[in-house]
Write a protein that binds this ligand. Structure first.
Ligand SMILES: Nc1ncnc2c1ncn2[C@@H]1O[C@H](COP(=O)(O)OP(=O)(O)O)[C@@H](O)[C@H]1O
Ligand SMILES: [Mg+2]
Length: 281
């Protein structure tokens, strides 16, 4: 769907994206996971043609470079910094973005309705955006990205600063977009989100893609063992293991367990292993 080939982007002395080669497949939810400053927003800017690579190329399959405005109608972007007009209603905002994408008349009106309903703002569409909660604004920002129904959506930290209810609504939206066959590039610094939503995840740090695989693949390749903590009459036992089920069975055979828990490695441990630091420094 979109391909980055040896892409480098600097701002003065800062290397924001360093030799990025990456291909996002049609129909997948692809997660870019990395801490603040990793280069996520720069990659989104390159993908939508707002930024020009210093070296390398970005290409939309079958369409060419997003630096070409005609190619950009195939993209929808929900920027990290909300791009909404506070004085306008939700409906007017979507109509504005729809017109920018070439929609007019009845088709525009129908698409605006669909997009508002999709993010469950149908009943608030006539209210000014300045009366919306943070979560509602994030949802409208998402609706603005998809008003023209593009095949590729770029969502830059779409859940930052939202309440849990809106966050879950946004998760449902993304899963629905996947069911509808859309392709999603999703950036986040929340490993739980990447783990829950994404078909494949790229781990990004300081502009470099350190690893790329399914969540399971990343955990198997780059993270440590599971930790089994079991309690029996003699006290607590802690065991690191690749096979927690076998470990539990062995402990159970030794004496009746009172309680146990298994801590599975996750993307946080993958990140720690790859970079030597926590995701949330
Ligand atoms: N317009 C800019 N001018 C100078 N430096 C920038 C600019 N935008 C981003 N950077 C720097 O580039 C790096 C990557 O930033 P960014 O792409 O925003 O990362 P992320 O979205 O992962 O937080 C950071 O070091 C950031 O400070
Ligand atoms: Mg960012």
């Amino acid at each position: 769907m979109i391909r980055f080939d040896q892409v480098r982007k600097t701002y003065g002395r800062t290397v924001a994206v360093d030799g990025l080669t990456l291909q996002i497949h049609s129909g997948e939810v692809f997660g870019l996971l990395g801490p603040n400053g990793a280069g996520k927003t720069t990659i989104v800017g390159l993908a939508v043609g707002l930024l020009r690579p210093d070296q390398g190329a970005v290409e939309l399959e079958g369409a060419g470079s997003p630096l070409n405005p005609a190619v950009r109608t195939r993209l929808g972007v929900a920027p990290q910094t909300l791009a909404l007009y506070d004085e306008l209603s939700g409906r007017e905002n979507l109509a504005f973005f729809g017109r920018l994408q070439g929609l007019t008349g009845r088709r525009l009106a129908a698409r605006v309705d669909r997009a508002l309903d999709f993010v469950q703002l149908g009943d608030r569409g006539r209210d000014r955006v300045k009366t919306y909660s943070g979560g509602m604004k994030r949802r409208l920002n998402l609706a603005a990205a998809l008003v023209h129904d593009p095949p590729l959506l770029l969502l830059d930290e779409p859940t930052v600063g939202v309440d849990p209810q809106s966050r879950n609504a946004i998760f449902d939206n993304i899963l629905e977009l996947r069911r509808l066959g859309r392709t999603v590039l999703y950036t986040t610094h929340y490993m739980e989100e990447a783990q829950r939503l994404c078909d494949r995840v790229g781990i990004l740090d300081r502009g470099r893609l350190l690893a790329l695989d399914t969540v399971e693949g990343l955990i198997q390749a780059h993270s440590g063992k599971s930790l089994v903590v079991a309690q029996d009459e003699r006290g607590e036992t802690r065991r690191e293991t690749d096979d927690p089920v076998a470990e539990l069975a062995a402990l159970q055979a030794r004496g009746r367990l009172i309680s146990f828990r298994v801590e599975r490695p996750n993307l946080e441990s993958v990140f720690l292993n790859l970079t030597g630091k926590q995701l949330r420094d």
